[in-house]
Design a protein around this ligand. Structure first.
Ligand SMILES: [Zn+2]
Length: 199
């Protein structure tokens, strides 16, 4: 059965969100109509404003309002000589929340995936090369995800770094803190054995 075309459109449009199917979209639409029209209108405005105005930092490609972001503008971080390559802006947040990293970042917005037409250009690797060519970095940390694609991307960038005499390091992988050995998969255990360090 059909409600008003507008309600139908809302239910359809809500399904652009990841993880939201027809049922959830319907529940959200009815909830907003019944209980929170004001919040929904505010959300509409915020979505509009954000989508129109947020772009990427011209240096690190993380989200910014079009200007050089706060992290890239930080002189201390610029002078650290360390740049950390991640797949997504969410990874920047995750690392920032540790409070332990004082270098800069470079966000790929994905990983190399020739099948999907994602090559070096799509990941901004020309811009990264220009950054490395500037001679301000002594180390590049490759913090792409520990997946086949993440590894491939890390290796590709490591070659770029080697050609420019920048040391490339890869984040360690292994047993999560608080994890139990018996519940960890074999390949992770293997890698943590290979990457063991003296106590
Ligand atoms: Zn930036």
């Amino acid at each position: 059965m059909k409600f008003s075309p507008l309600v139908e459109k809302l239910i359809n449009d809500l399904q652009i969100m990841p993880g939201i199917g027809p049922k959830s979209a319907q529940r959200i639409a009815f909830y907003l109509l019944d209980h929170n029209r004001e919040g929904a209108m505010r959300l509409g405005d915020t979505l509009n404003e954000t989508m129109k105005n947020v772009s990427c930092c011209p240096v690190c490609r993380s989200y910014s309002d079009g200007n050089v972001c706060e992290i890239c503008s930080d002189v201390k971080r610029q002078q650290s000589g360390i740049i950390c390559v991640v797949e997504s802006p969410a990874d920047v947040l995750a690392i920032e929340q540790t409070g332990e990293y004082n270098g800069t970042y470079f966000v790929l917005h994905g990983h190399l995936s020739p099948i999907d037409g994602i090559g070096p250009a799509e990941l901004g690797l020309d811009e990264l090369a220009t950054l490395l060519d500037g001679g301000n970095y002594r180390e590049i940390i490759l913090a792409t995800n520990p997946t086949v694609e993440g590894d491939t991307t890390a290796h590709y960038i490591a070659h770029m770094a080697a050609r420019r005499n920048v040391v490339a390091t890869r984040i360690a992988r292994g047993i999560p803190v608080g994890g139990e050995l018996e519940s960890i998969d074999g390949s992770t255990i293997m890698r943590s054995l290979a990457g063991r360090s003296p106590l």
